[in-house]
Design a protein around this ligand. Structure first.
Ligand code: PLP
Ligand code: COI
Length: 342
């Protein structure tokens, strides 16, 4: 949109939905190199009808947040982790990698051009940054493209929880698998999400906001939720999260583990059997969008397992959440060097 069309948003009630901003940034890789990138006002791009992204799923994306911190400075949260993960997705899908400095420069340029959309401190809202890397060169045989497009769009998103963390019920997906043991579960390729739409809709129609996937070989171990990692606190107070060759290495999970360790908690990354669920004291889904979503009930067929408090978040996860978000908002010392000034 044009600057003259800008109206302050209802920052405290944004939700997680796409909203137009002033512009996005877009780069093209051709003949072995990335161009200088440009800012585009129109939220559309011309694309070749035989682009590999459209036909063969040559597509990967990322998600990170930019915060207007307590001291008024605008900062990105761990953007280099997203740059690295995008490059791991790029390698898996035969796309050109993006130099980390180019990635960071792109984040800075697009955020600076959209500063009006970085929500004010104290509203709980932030600017969601969505990098996308796609094959835009034409192919009719199944081959990698010889041209790629890297773009970053930004959109302001709200605090998920206004009255504190609210627990949800999860359903175990039995009729579909998310990712094979040697499949693409560890990378953020668009195809993973295309495949998740139907199970997600079925779960949603049954009244479950989140769906839990088990390992696809045996359905015996926990993998992760549809769009977030599985984390738990056991009855001895340890932070437990599944080790699996088919889950996305969540940057949030990594950060929450670091905070937990710093708070003196033991951390276990290991295969987690589904039948251990009933023994946990607290369970949550974690990811960039919401940080933590407490899960207080898990349903598998006729089996209903209740875990943790009926209302709100368990005390240990709440403590980790508070410490983590205090760093994001610049309210606590940036102990681990996670914030990068825009
Ligand atoms: N797992 C899946 C399948 C996801 O899509 C996401 C979110 O992007 C996550 C986990 C959480 O990852 P992160 O904490 O890096 O946002
Ligand atoms: C997250 O950022 O936590 C997500 O779940 C990403 C999703 C919108 C793909």
């Amino acid at each position: 949109m044009k600057k003259s069309e800008f109206k302050p948003l209802d920052w405290a009630n944004l939700g997680f939905a796409y909203r137009d901003t002033y512009c996005h940034i877009r780069y093209v890789w051709r003949n072995g190199k990335w161009d200088e990138g440009n800012l585009y006002e129109e939220p559309y791009m011309p694309i070749h009808i035989a682009a590999t992204a459209l036909h063969y799923g040559q597509d990967a994306f990322e998600g990170l947040k930019v915060f207007r911190c307590k001291d008024g400075v605008v900062r990105a949260f761990r953007p280099y982790e997203n740059a690295r993960r995008l490059n791991s997705s790029a390698r898996r899908s035969c796309m050109a990698e993006i130099p980390e400095e180019l990635f960071m420069d792109a984040v800075r340029r697009v955020v600076k051009a959209n500063m009006d959309f970085v929500p004010p401190y104290g509203t709980g809202a932030s600017l969601y940054v969505r990098p996308l890397l796609v094959g835009t060169g034409p192919q009719i045989g199944v081959n990698a493209a010889d041209e790629f497009t890297f773009l970053i769009l930004v959109t302001p998103v709200g605090a998920y929880y206004k009255g504190g963390l609210t627990p949800v019920r999860a359903i175990v997906v039995e009729d579909f698998d998310r990712a094979a043991p040697k499949g693409t579960g560890t990378v953020k390729m668009g195809g993973n999400y295309g495949a998740s739409l139907l199970p997600h809709k079925i779960a949603h129609d049954k009244g479950f906001p989140v769906d839990l996937y088990l390992d696809s070989a045996e359905h015996k171990y926990i993998d992760e939720f549809g769009t977030s990692n599985f984390i738990a606190i056991d009855k001895k107070g340890a932070y437990v999260t599944p080790k699996s060759t088919s889950v996305l290495p969540s940057i949030t999970n990594n950060g929450l583990r670091t905070v937990a360790q710093h708070l003196g908690m033991p951390v276990e990354v290991r295969p987690v059997r589904f039948d251990e669920i009933a023994d946990f004291a607290e369970i949550a889904a974690c990811g960039t969008a919401v940080v933590i979503t407490p899960v207080n009930e898990i349903v598998r067929g006729e089996q209903v397992i209740q875990v943790g408090p009926r209302e709100g978040c368990g005390p240990t996860l709440q403590k980790i959440y508070n410490a983590y978000t205090a760093i994001q908002w610049g309210e606590a010392k940036d102990e681990f060097n996670w914030l990068v000034d825009i």
